[in-house]
Design a protein around this ligand. Structure first.
Ligand code: SF4
Length: 327
């Protein structure tokens, strides 16, 4: 690991000022420190933001706001989240390990970087790590990679489970810049596809700090589910995951949300399947059709064609679980 400066920030202003000087934010450190050890990232300095008061979880008139520095464990288990956003609780608890969830923060979770093995291997070409060097995954082992939204520059997938639930819940990300200006970014506009610039994962500007995540009130709490399909039961990234929410009224689906993980460079919300579900009865046949619809337009790589059928079935299963699972 290369030597780097380290300092602590006591408030947001001090944090963004330090980032202006090229320092990176250090919160839980569960991803960035690993990347530094591997030589994938080598910032000149880290500004430790753990002392900044951004760990509250609170209700407003129209939303629940979760602080960027609230730990994943505390967020998943908070009564407001368990009661109103059980899909998010399930998604967070499906990620990583208990030890990592104790340390990892909400801001860090949504900003974590891909787990493409070539990204971590500094001897291999990787446009995300080293722009212009190529993509080792396209002709290499790409079983875990994207089936939507990829191009020849990068076929990586976003690894966060939490972000998939946030996508289905249509959350917004609040940020502050080094000039003190604040912005609110809808989650669908937060993570990016690789076409424009594979080295970027999101639309954060240089020096911007995520301060909180806003979860708007929704009608899906009673009937929602997060299904994660992976190679082993815990501590594994998704082959495919599905965040599903249904608003059921009078035996019909009044509203629906479906978002997929493990299939693209960003959480992949499936508006076509959501539109199809509205007004239908919540039957196995309807859910199976929604699964097929969700995967329309998917393009497999050499090793991951299995993901398309797997995701079709996972969508149907997640919707069935949502229809029959209280929270
Ligand atoms: Fe790098 Fe993306 Fe290719 Fe992986 S898929 S090697 S992260 S450019």
């Amino acid at each position: 690991m290369k030597p780097f400066k380290y300092q602590k920030a006591k408030d947001e202003k001090a944090a963004v000022q330090a980032s202006k000087a090229g320092m990176r934010f250090l919160a839980g450190g569960t991803n960035l420190v690993d990347l530094m050890k591997e030589g994938v990232e080598s910032p000149s300095g880290l500004v430790d933001i753990n002392g900044v008061k951004l760990n509250q979880i609170r209700a407003t008139k129209d939303a629940v706001v979760i602080g960027a520095l609230a730990r994943n464990k505390d967020t998943a288990n908070h009564p407001l989240i368990r009661e109103h956003f059980p899909m998010l609780t399930r998604a967070i608890l499906a990620g990583a390990s208990a030890q990592i969830r104790n340390m990892a923060t909400n801001g860090g979770n949504i900003n974590q970087r891909t787990r493409c093995m070539y990204f971590y291997d500094t001897s291999m070409p990787c446009n995300k790590r080293n722009p212009g060097s190529g993509c080792a995954a396209i002709g290499g082992l790409n079983r875990m990679h994207a089936v939507f939204g990829w191009d020849e520059k990068c076929v990586a997938v976003h690894p966060s489970d939490m972000a998939v639930a946030l996508s289905a819940l249509n959350a917004s990300i609040n940020v502050i810049g080094s000039d003190g200006a604040t912005r609110k970014i809808v989650i669908g506009d937060y993570h990016t596809l690789p076409a424009a610039d594979p080295s970027k994962d999101n639309t954060l500007r240089a020096g911007e700090l995520v301060t909180s995540i806003e979860l708007p009130k929704n009608r899906f709490a009673a009937n929602s589910y997060y299904l994660k399909v992976r190679d082993r039961a815990s501590y594994a990234f998704a082959l495919v995951s599905v965040a599903a929410g249904l608003a059921l009224e009078g035996g019909k689906i009044a509203d629906a949300r479906v978002s997929l993980g493990g299939v693209a460079h960003k959480p992949w919300r499936v508006f076509s399947a959501e539109a199809y579900l509205k007004g239908k009865a919540p039957t196995a046949e309807v859910f199976a059709e929604a699964g097929v619809m969700a995967m329309e337009g998917a393009r497999a790589l050499k090793d991951n064609a299995f993901k398309i059928k797997l995701a079709e079935k996972a969508v149907a299963r997640a919707l069935e679980k949502a229809a029959n699972t209280k929270g």
